[in-house]
Write a new protein. Structure first.
Length: 137
């Protein structure tokens, strides 16, 4: 390989690693049976804000514990049955086609209460350069 190409290859490799990490969570924040697939991430016209879309798949009986986001979350359930526990509200079970809005900073949790894998499309309108998810105590 030409010495002139090495810097370009290094830059491309670094960009690929960075892109892969944009949508991942720390191992401790991602329990077994939860798969998060980053779909897109874009800056918004509002300074310091970005939109992030993630597909979340939950195996049967799996729960994702109490957590918050640095902005709003809009959930669209793609399949299965997911129970959401949003702080200050009674738990609600949503099925395919149902939606849920979670205000910025609100503690919430989700659990697949069905017998099949449940999936949601999560759209976040969040503060840029902050962790997408913070586990609640």
């Amino acid at each position: 390989m030409s010495h002139r190409l090495l810097p370009a290859v290094r830059i491309l490799a670094s960009a690929a690693v960075l892109a892969a990490n944009l949508f991942t969570l720390p191992v401790a924040a991602q329990p077994a049976g939860v798969t998060r697939t980053g779909l897109q991430r874009h800056d918004l016209s509002a300074p310091g804000r970005e939109a992030v879309q993630v597909r979340v798949d939950l195996a049967p009986g799996v729960a994702f514990g109490r957590h918050t986001h640095p902005g709003e979350e809009i959930i669209y359930v793609l399949s299965g049955a997911i129970e959401y526990a949003v702080e200050g509200k009674p738990p609600v079970t949503l099925k395919a086609g149902d939606v849920l809005f979670i205000p910025s900073g609100t503690v919430h949790a989700a659990k697949n209460v069905g017998t099949e894998t449940a999936s949601e499309l999560a759209t976040y309108i969040v503060a840029k350069d902050k962790p997408l998810l913070t586990l609640a105590k």
